[in-house]
Design a protein around this ligand. Structure first.
Ligand SMILES: [Zn+2]
Length: 457
């Protein structure tokens, strides 16, 4: 892999313990790990890879904690454009179940390319529909091809409509097959090492699409192998009604019954929670992935991010599925998080005394915050010993003109710009604004063919 020096940045946002911001500097990395971060005069001039960052701002790579890359095939589906979660899911389940392994490959490449172009260097994908020959292996191969750091779930759905679940029976899997394939995916792919490019997560989809038994069995399997657990929780009030009717419990209480309140678990959304539940998350060490765009798109609600932060809950950001965001742009997500936290002040009278969410806090959620949620201390900041995962933005963009009195805040306040360079583990994935690891125009053409075929049925 060799050495890399990136120097000459106007501003370096380290997100280190002191949240230092440096002028005129960069970093030096060897074999994918940062050895030095500092002003230009402290950095070597030559290396195997040299990036000139003049006129740019250098930031830690963004960490996406919740996604469904396969949904890139069904963005903006007319039947699901104006629907809340349950109807939106019903409009999609059968289409997703029909996708092919080749379609899944192109969806993963397109989604990860879009993320990389927005500064994202680590993505977690909550894959959970495995029908029609699709396996988690399809996505893993694609992630390796493009070179984005990847965490992916061997997720699952097992509770079909005939047994009281939401998904159609033909979209769910047999539980013994799910358990066997989960074990296979962990054995074959999970890398617990520092700097791992690939980790497996176990992620039954949601309380209304898997059984109680599968939740317990997946937790036991994950803990035997030291892999993390993840699921959707408290996304909508429909979900709370479902667990109340079926189990007589609110979703968080149901999770507690199942042994799912622990530091190896993080939840997507966690919008509809009360103060007691926020306190429980904090005490148990559960993480939360806030998905502001998706929560707005599906009219799900506004997550209590401020309360989570104050309680000490680990919290990061996710773009969520491409079909409930219609984009995979992490910089846009950081901006949405900041704006939505402000809207919450207006609609909740008690919020008025809270401090505003600032641009730096939004960037922190998207970097250090996400790293903590994914159980990693090797990403999320630029400092020696962490992975050389970073991105840069050109400060000469039209959108930043007039905003350079505070270039760091401009990155969040102004319209999201395309990354100039995105580097993962010391390897450029985006260079001069283009993905360089995969021939994207051909992939996009192929992806659009798969998407059209999928909708044609
Ligand atoms: Zn989701």
């Amino acid at each position: 892999m060799g050495t890399l020096v990136a120097r000459g940045a106007e501003v370096v946002v380290t997100m280190d313990a002191e949240r230092r911001e440096l002028r005129r500097g960069g970093l030096f990395a060897r074999d994918g790990f940062i050895e030095r971060v500092g002003p230009d005069e402290s950095l070597p001039r030559t290396a195997d890879t040299v990036l000139d960052l003049s006129g740019q701002i250098l930031l830690p790579g963004l960490v996406n904690c919740h996604h469904h890359l396969d949904q890139t095939l069904t963005r903006n589906l007319p039947a699901a454009q104006d629907a809340a979660l349950f109807d939106w899911l019903r409009a999609h389940y059968r289409v997703w179940a029909r996708r092919t392994p080749e379609a899944s490959r192109t969806a993963t490449l397109v989604g990860l390319a879009e993320l990389a172009l927005s500064g994202c260097t680590t993505a977690f994908d909550h894959a959970y529909v495995f029908r029609n020959g699709c396996r988690v292996d399809d996505q893993i191969a694609a992630a390796r091809e493009i070179g984005v750091r990847f965490m992916v779930s061997r997720g699952s759905m097992s509770l079909g409509q005939s047994r009281g679940g939401l998904p159609p029976d033909e979209c769910v899997e047999d539980e013994s097959a799910i358990m066997a394939d989960s074990e296979r995916a962990i054995a074959r792919y999970h890398d617990p090492a520092r700097g791992a490019m690939l980790r497996i997560v176990l992620a039954p989809c949601s309380p209304f699409s898997v059984t109680e038994r599968l939740m317990r069995d997946q937790a036991a399997l994950a803990r035997r192998h030291g892999v993390l657990l993840h699921t959707h929780l408290c996304e909508t009030l429909d979900e709370a009604r479902f667990t109340q009717e079926r189990f007589g419990l609110r979703p968080v209480a149901y999770m507690r019954e199942l042994g799912w309140l622990d530091s190896d678990v993080w939840y997507a959304h966690a919008v509809h929670v009360d103060d007691g539940e926020i306190g429980l998350f904090a005490r148990c060490g559960c993480g939360v992935c806030h998905c502001p765009t998706s929560n707005m798109r599906l009219a799900s609600g506004i997550a209590p991010v401020r309360e989570y932060r104050r309680a000490g809950v680990k919290i990061g950001l996710g773009v969520d599925g491409s079909a409930s965001n219609d984009g995979s742009n992490m910089l846009a997500e950081a901006r949405q998080a900041m704006l939505l936290a402000r809207l919450r002040r207006a609609v909740r009278p008690g919020e008025a005394s809270e401090p505003w969410m600032g641009a730096r806090e939004a960037l922190e959620l998207a970097t250090r915050g996400g790293a903590a949620v994914l159980g990693r201390d090797d990403i999320g900041a630029l400092e020696p010993g962490r992975c050389a995962d970073f991105f840069t933005l050109g400060l000469d963009a039209v959108s930043y003109a007039g905003a350079l009195s505070d270039p760091v805040a401009a990155v969040v306040f102004c319209a999201p710009q395309r990354a100039r360079h995105t580097v993962v583990h010391g390897r450029p994935v985006v260079r001069d604004g283009e993905v360089v690891t995969v021939e994207m125009p051909a992939v996009v053409r192929e992806h659009n063919r798969h998407a059209a075929a999928l909708l044609a049925g």
